[in-house]
Design a protein around this ligand. Sequence first.
Ligand code: SAM
Ligand code: SF4
Length: 325
Amino acid sequence: MKLIDRYGRKINYLRLSVTDRCNMRCQYCMPAHGVDKITHDDVLSYEDLYRISKAAVAIGIEKIRVTGGEPLVRKGIVPFLERLSSISGLKQLVLTTNGLMLDEMALDLKNAGVKHLNVSLDSLNAKTFAEITRGANLFKVLAGLAAAERVGLPIKINVVTMRGVNDHEIEQFAELTRDKSLAVRFIEYMPSLKKPGWQKLSVSGNEVLERLGQKYSLEAVDRQELAGPACEYRIPGAKGTIGVITPMTGHFCSSCNRIRVTSTGQARSCLFSDMGMNLKSVLASEDPLALQGALRHVVELKPDMHGVSADRDNHDAFAMSNIGG
Ligand code: SAM
Ligand code: SF4
């Protein structure tokens, strides 16, 4: 079954946030004091998250990305993932993590049916990493990456590129792709928190490619089925790939294929718009078709594009950890 929105886009991808809690405090994601914790009662049970996922697959979702907050801090995540991966019709179950707990959990994730991991890693320098994450330990994440590699879980590394913070490491990240079949993707900073002067941090995907182009003759890589929004390239002869994700400058809205559901049951049609609906009341109904109808409605609410750009940030500020990125 195909799920097509008002603008003719095929919607086949659900980002499912299972918690707003996190064991990091990244500067670009949440304010220094953290975010008000959602009470236990407001967080959807695994059973409800499963029912939503099943309904989503029934109407045409083929790929589910589990995210957070940090998804690996929620107790019971592994059996939940196992259950999700057995939903008939789901082609791909993937997970986004900050990698802090991967060292202990990589094998369980693989056995639960997770097909690949996106690991957020913004610096290869321990001090810069601790500054960006407000205190996290780089070596723990590197141990997690090594564990994922050992168990054979394919890895994409997401780097939010920020001028004067980590943009001097672009080349170093690119070099990681030479000997390992990693995908490194540079993501444009998004002003979710609306911090004054955020524009100074922005490095466009084009600038990243131009800077890399001065050193390497990058080859374009063909898009895979169910690929995300990255445009991907390869250093000739390298095992891995380099990509840019350009939510601010690239207008990938025209090929947007996703909806989001937060851990409190807010279904969102677009990251920068709260057009959507609360699924809690729908979950109260035992009728599985009600959930399918609600998710279809959310797809219908998808705007043609978000209005956020370097000179326009008239959205309400939000912590990305509450929505799942
Ligand atoms: N905790 C997990 C992690 O960090 O990978 C999953 C949740 S996190 C909210 C999902 C993604 O959102 C991460 O890749 C993170 O880098 C990205 N993100 C958060 N705030 C962002 C921002 N202001 N601009 C760009 N990406 C952001
Ligand atoms: Fe936590 Fe991920 Fe947000 Fe960092 S980006 S604070 S790891 S949710």
